[in-house]
Ligand binder design. Structure first.
Ligand code: NDP
Length: 329
């Protein structure tokens, strides 16, 4: 497989069309050694973007990724690393569920410390904050960029209206503009990417780093005969997620996707990931893997892009239609 690189919206920065995230996996399922092995395997296949967040495993995910990167000794110029801020690590006012200036400034510092890095490449506001004025958020994120602690900033799961407002404030005040958004995007949840943000791609040059291409593993079709031991939806603490994504409709859709995938020589996971990457507005599809075999399989997904003819895609749409929208966040 040849990796493809895409610009992050209007930015000059190029991200690999497939990237690797750490949610759920780093900490509960993946330690420093296995993280290093999987990062190396992905990097050797051209993956240049690693996604993370302050809240993942309460900060442990950043520590594990930082330690794995040190272990591998990769050139800092050759990879892009992100973090995301909103939920916080401590209780109390200004420490959780906020994007106020005080929280953001200290949260970015905390993240750099846990990673052991001088800067992160991408800093995301992990969710919108209804209480902090968008102007304050833009001002704080612009200062984070100006300080050199992050190179680009963006949002995750904001509404198109909120993103547009942030961009316009930055434009008016000559501050750094939000460059990218991180929405969920998969066969079962398409609305934000395909409808809600449609005017922002040309309009403000928005880039996309999309998440959960397999709807937390459901689209791999492995839940057809129940919940496999050790899988994400078997983990304690993820009962709510399980309730959201594991439904008769999604399991049936995954089985039908697997049957269609077999026609083009792909697995269900490979088809589901290739489907996300087929949309050029998606700068990178952030994949997740708890084991090296999954990563190996998923990294071959781009090989199937040429096989996604309009007729084939129409059949895929038909197969997943009854389950569409049911995994929305
Ligand atoms: P996926 O939907 O692809 O789910 C990944 C999980 O599915 C793996 O950890 C594994 O779980 C299972 N899996 C992966 N490949 C296979 C395979 N080939 N066969 C069988 N099972 C497989 O992606 P994520 O939900 O992990 O999202 C990707 C990344 O996006 C995250 O790591 C995170 O960085 C980011 N993200 C961002 C969010 C945001 O709010 N901004 C929210 C969620 C994710 P297991 O083996 O345990 O079953």
């Amino acid at each position: 497989m040849r990796m493809e690189y895409r610009r992050l919206g209007s930015a000059g920065l190029k991200v690999s069309a497939l990237s690797l995230g750490s949610w759920v996996t780093y900490g509960p399922q993946v330690n420093v050694d296995s993280a290093a092995a999987m990062i190396k395997a992905a990097y050797d296949r051209g993956v240049n973007f690693l996604d993370n967040a302050e809240a993942y495993a309460a900060g442990k995910s950043e520590e594990i990724m930082g330690a794995a990167l040190r272990k591998l000794g990769l050139r800092r110029e050759s990879y892009i690393v992100s973090s995301k801020f909103f939920w916080g690590l401590n209780d109390g006012p200004n420490q959780k569920n906020t994007l106020n200036r005080k929280y953001l400034m200290q949260a970015v510092d905390g993240s750099l410390k846990r990673f052991g890095l001088d800067f992160i490449d991408l800093a995301f506001c992990h969710r919108p904050d209804p209480e902090t004025p968008i102007e304050e958020v833009v001002w704080a994120m612009s200062d984070v960029i100006a300080s050199g602690k992050a190179l680009y900033w963006g949002t995750s799961m904001w509404s198109a209206e909120q993103i547009r407002e942030a961009w316009e404030i930055a434009d008016r005040r000559n501050l750094r503009k939000p460059q990218m958004e991180q929405p969920q995007y998969n066969l079962l949840d398409r609305d934000k990417v395909e409808k809600e943000y449609a005017r922002l791609y040309e309009g403000i040059g928005l880039g996309l780093t999309t998440w959960s291409p397999l709807a937390s593993g459901v689209l791999s079709a492995k839940y057809a005969k129940g919940v496999p031991a050790g899988s994400r939806l078997s983990l304690p603490g993820y009962e709510r997620l399980k309730g959201m994504v594991l439904k008769p409709e999604s399991v049936k859709a995954a089985s039908d996707v697997a049957a269609l995938a077999a026609e083009i020589g792909a697995t269900a996971s490979q088809l589901a990931i290739a489907w996300c990457a087929r949309d050029e507005r998606v700068s990178t599809v952030i994949t997740g893997a708890s084991r090296p075999e999954q990563l190996e399989e998923n990294l071959k997904s781009l090989d199937f892009l040429p096989k996604l003819s309009p007729e084939f895609l129409a059949r895929v749409d038909e197969a997943v239609k009854p389950a569409m929208g049911i995994v929305a966040d």
